[in-house]
Design a protein around this ligand. Structure first.
Ligand SMILES: NC(=O)c1ccc[n+]([C@@H]2O[C@H](COP(=O)([O-])OP(=O)(O)OC[C@H]3O[C@@H](n4cnc5c(N)ncnc54)[C@H](O)[C@@H]3O)[C@@H](O)[C@H]2O)c1
Length: 335
């Protein structure tokens, strides 16, 4: 029998901790995985104690996922290289602005045949336009990457509410293994091959959920966004899977994001807002909106994506949040 796979979760924020709850529990009861799941924790002092010590003694990430116990086999490790060097499976779940630094730290120090799976929502700007975060990680570390994306809210998943998610993985065996690591009776996983489509639909959320759905229905989203030439026509349902699910839970997201956007529009900066409202969690939407805006501008596509444009204008140019509604009412795909 093959040696049990060692798993490292790279990240320990809100989503990282919710996933640690699942991965820890699954690893503890599945002999395919090593019992100990290491979780890299960006060390910080919380209530006078090191966060790693709190997690390892109290089994709770009191800062990023308070009120939820983590399985005792999840071991918080403050040293990134120590946490990741022996891992067969690396679960990347950090805010996307830290990806470059994290990869540079572990480059050449991890197993060359490790499998990576990115749960990170966001995009990077490459010389030819949009670049997927999983491609950034793959290029930097030289490991095979998959992705997991869905309309998943960390606290709902940690509460064991019923949620669905999609793994995009080119290799069927890897997909099966990753599904075994991630799926529970309330967190249902579908595996598809088109990892790039899954990632782009997961990353371009909020306004984009709607816009991508509309455009995807016309088979156009891939032409505009996907950096690789995946045939979309035959895979329309798969393309819609992660974003359609996102549309299924708009109230929470829109309320949160709108409240946040409105506040940015009136007085607070994004950084102030993160501190004030999110207790250190990182808002990913505005950064993604800025990157997407630049790409659309560069490609002269702003007219075709008024919702992306509206999110950008509200976040960065002080436009009122109500502009978003008139964009929805007058979207060119409805006219
Ligand atoms: N929270 C969710 O509900 C959710 C759901 C799906 C996907 N995601 C995605 O998962 C990814 C991680 O999000 P999250 O919610 O776990 O994070 P978060 O915003 O809750 O936490 C921020 C994390 O960044 C770490 N950090 C702070 N400064 C750092 C630095 N200088 N270097 C490295 N790390 C630093 C903190 O320790 C913390 O672990 C994001 O891409 C997000 O879009 C989140």
């Amino acid at each position: 029998m093959a040696a049990p796979k060692k798993v490292c979760i790279v990240g320990s924020g809100n989503w990282g901790s919710a996933i640690a709850k699942i991965v820890g529990a699954n690893a503890a009861q599945n002999s395919k995985f090593d019992n100990t799941v290491k979780m890299w924790v960006f060390e910080e002092i919380v209530n006078g104690r090191k966060l790693t010590e709190i997690i390892n003694s109290d089994h709770e990430n009191v800062k990023y996922l308070p009120g939820h116990k983590l399985p005792a086999n999840v071991l918080a490790v403050p040293d990134l290289v120590e946490a990741s060097s022996e891992a067969d499976i690396l679960v990347f779940v950090i805010p996307h602005q830290f990806v470059g630094k994290v990869c540079d730290t572990i480059k050449g120090k991890i197993k060359s045949d490790a499998l990576g799976i990115s749960l990170i929502k966001g995009v990077d700007e490459g010389p030819d336009g949009l670049k997927l975060i999983s491609d950034v990680i793959q290029e930097k570390l030289g490991i095979t990457m998959s992705v997991l994306m869905g309309a998943n809210i960390a606290n709902e998943v940690a509460d064991e509410k019923f949620c669905e998610t999609t793994i995009g993985c080119k290799n069927k065996n890897h997909g099966t293994l990753l599904k075994e690591l991630m799926q529970t009776s309330n967190f249902r996983v579908t595996v598809v091959e088109e990892y790039d489509v899954v990632e782009i639909c997961g990353a371009l959320k909020v306004s984009s959920q709607y816009e991508i759905c509309l455009l995807a229905l016309k088979h156009k989203a891939q032409t505009y966004f996907a950096p690789k030439k995946t045939e979309v026509g035959d895979h329309k349902s798969k393309l819609l899977q992660p974003c359609a699910m996102n549309l299924g839970s708009p109230i929470f997201k829109v309320t949160c994001e709108m409240g946040a956007l409105k506040k940015i529009g009136t007085r607070s900066s994004i950084e102030e807002l993160e501190k004030e409202m999110l207790n250190g969690q990182k808002l990913q939407g505005p950064a993604t909106a800025a990157e997407v805006y630049l790409i659309l501008k560069h490609k002269n596509l702003i007219d075709k994506f008024p919702l992306f444009n509206a999110v950008y204008q509200i976040c960065y140019e002080g436009h009122p949040v109500t502009e978003f509604i008139s964009c929805l009412q007058n979207h060119p795909e409805h006219m």
